[in-house]
Design a protein around this ligand. Structure first.
Ligand code: SF4
Ligand code: SF4
Length: 304
């Protein structure tokens, strides 16, 4: 589908708005979209121990929408579930891309360090492929809590030794610029916006967990529509009930993400608005820590 500059500029404006950035970066974002559409922006997307939920979430992109994303922009060099090529053709495309180097490597899912054969891509352990690909990448973008921190595959007893991308790279002595976009799954706007940012603008400002400050710089709780009810101690006492979800185990008080003002599914809803506690899916300890409170009741004050 042929597109003109105006279309790229329009989509760039929507992306910037989705990231909460001003119009100054519009020309760079438009350029990145144009390069993506022309297949000139090399992006490799590898999936390790994952449920593919991050890729599914990517396809829920609103700005640009799924159709535009697939037909205009998603000219990824390789993606295990979205590439048009399969089998040997897909592997050959992957090897050509690795040989050329200089791409943005997106990683989804954890790495089974204790049982490498627990996750194979073709006949190759995912961990070995990740090392080969990361050595020739210009940057790595880990999407989803599994790739960033271990997530659900790393939940006790973690028999495969599921580990985050960063740990696997450190073990192999690989140093490469790394950005984390946690979430189970991450919001599509976080992924699309940061891919474009990395391709054209460069590294975003990051916090101590390598998360873009723009996206993860605020506590979800501080922007929550139930914040006033929290202050008045008007708590829901049953799932689906009215009031702040704190006493039902809401992790919004310790979770950094912008869900409470961005919303999901086109801004239609998000966890707490749907009358469910935030389970802190974007937190570093999500599912991984044996003491992690998925659905415990918050009996006392705000957890440390
Ligand atoms: S519902 Fe959760 S995020 Fe919202 S005010 Fe209550 S504790 Fe905070
Ligand atoms: S509200 Fe909490 S559980 Fe829901 S998507 Fe956001 S961080 Fe994850």
């Amino acid at each position: 589908m042929a597109m003109d500059r105006r279309t790229f500029l329009k989509d760039a404006g929507l992306l910037l708005a989705g990231l909460g950035l001003g119009p100054a970066l519009r020309p760079q974002f438009a350029q990145a979209l144009e390069e993506l559409a022309a297949g000139r922006a090399p992006v490799l997307w590898l999936q390790g121990q994952s449920c593919s939920g991050c890729s599914v979430s990517l396809l829920n992109s609103e700005r640009p929408g799924p159709a535009e994303l697939l037909t205009r922009y998603l000219s990824l060099y390789f993606h295990q579930t979205l590439s048009a090529a399969t089998g040997d053709a897909a592997r050959e495309a992957l090897e050509r891309a690795i040989e050329a180097g200089g791409y943005l490597l997106v990683t989804e899912g954890s790495v089974p360090l204790a049982v490498p054969e627990a996750c194979l891509v073709g006949h190759e352990p995912y961990g070995r492929l990740l090392e080969r690909a990361a050595r020739r990448a210009k940057a790595v973008l880990s999407v989803g809590t599994c790739a960033c921190f271990g997530g659900i595959p790393a939940a006790p007893p973690n028999r495969t030794g599921a580990a985050p991308t960063a740990q696997a790279l450190a073990k192999a002595g690989i140093t490469v610029p790394l950005v984390h976009l946690p979430g189970c799954p991450p919001h599509p706007a976080w992924m699309v916006g940061n891919v474009v940012h990395l391709l054209r603008v460069g590294m975003p400002a990051l916090d101590e967990h390598l998360r873009p400050v723009r996206t993860y710089g605020q506590l979800l709780h501080d922007q929550c529509p139930h914040f006033a009810e929290y202050g008045r101690q008007e708590f829901a006492t049953a799932l689906g009930g009215p009031g702040c979800q704190f006493k039902l185990g809401c992790q919004g008080v310790i979770t950094h993400a912008d869900c409470s003002h961005r919303g999901w599914n086109g801004g239609v809803n998000w966890c707490v608005r749907a009358r469910a506690p935030c389970v802190g899916c974007a937190r570093p300890d999500f599912a991984r820590d044996p003491a992690y409170a998925f659905y415990r009741l918050n009996e006392g004050g705000v957890p440390a």
